[in-house]
Write a new protein. Structure first.
Ligand SMILES: [Zn+2]
Length: 212
């Protein structure tokens, strides 16, 4: 559901531009609101969420889908943890649909889906692994890379139950906004994907804004 935010850019507490192929890993405190902006359109922000108090408690696609009875995420969706606790709520969304079934790009899937020669191209899973390695204070490793959300990605389910990677429905400046219900480690990989036509083979920056 399309819903615009009432938050004002002038009141923002934090703002950063994340280039395609880079990651962003920070704690968003309970009560804060994070906005991810698809600055130039049809980008994918592959995002993981963990409880800052205990990173073993983390975003669960399965629990989120079951609780809301819908496979697509948008305004009103409460992101649930693997322990059944509400983690964040999507409070504004000008894109209208986000995927949590397709998973993130990886060197292995790029190789299978596109070409053997794509094996060594940078993928979102590489960015996540780099993030947990470069930020040891969170105490995470490869084994903590789990379910993610692909913000701004359009992955419709076909009539026979398959997944299709469709052209994006996002556009320049569209955003999604989430209000934290607990202290959350947010790990965004701004997708470096050069093989999927959904971004017109042109990965672009996303902006991250946080309000207190
Ligand atoms: Zn990716």
């Amino acid at each position: 559901m399309i819903k615009e935010s009432l938050l004002k850019p002038a009141d923002v507490a934090y703002q950063e531009t994340v280039l395609a192929g880079d990651y962003w890993m920070k704690v968003v405190k309970a009560g804060q609101t994070i906005r991810i902006v698809d600055s130039e359109g049809n980008q994918a922000a592959d995002t993981l969420f963990y409880s800052a108090a205990n990173p073993a408690e983390r975003y669960s696609a399965v629990d989120t889908i079951r609780e809301q009875g819908n496979v697509y995420l948008t305004t009103g969706t409460t992101l649930m943890t693997n322990e059944g606790n509400p983690m964040l709520e999507i409070v504004a969304d000008t894109c209208g649909r986000h995927d949590t079934l397709g998973g993130a790009c990886a060197t292995e899937s790029n190789q299978v889906r596109y070409d053997l020669g794509k094996k060594h191209m940078h993928a979102c899973r590489d960015s996540w692994l780099l993030a947990v390695t470069e930020n040891p204070e969170f105490g995470m490793s490869k084994r903590d890379i789990t379910h993610n959300i692909n913000f701004f990605m359009n992955v419709p389910i076909t009539a026979d139950g398959g997944l299709s990677f469709a052209d994006g429905i996002s556009a320049p400046g569209k955003y999604v906004e989430l209000k934290a219900r607990m202290d959350v480690i947010v790990l965004i990989s701004n997708c470096p994907q050069l093989n999927n036509p959904c971004n017109a083979y042109n990965p672009t920056p996303v902006d991250v804004l946080v309000w207190n």
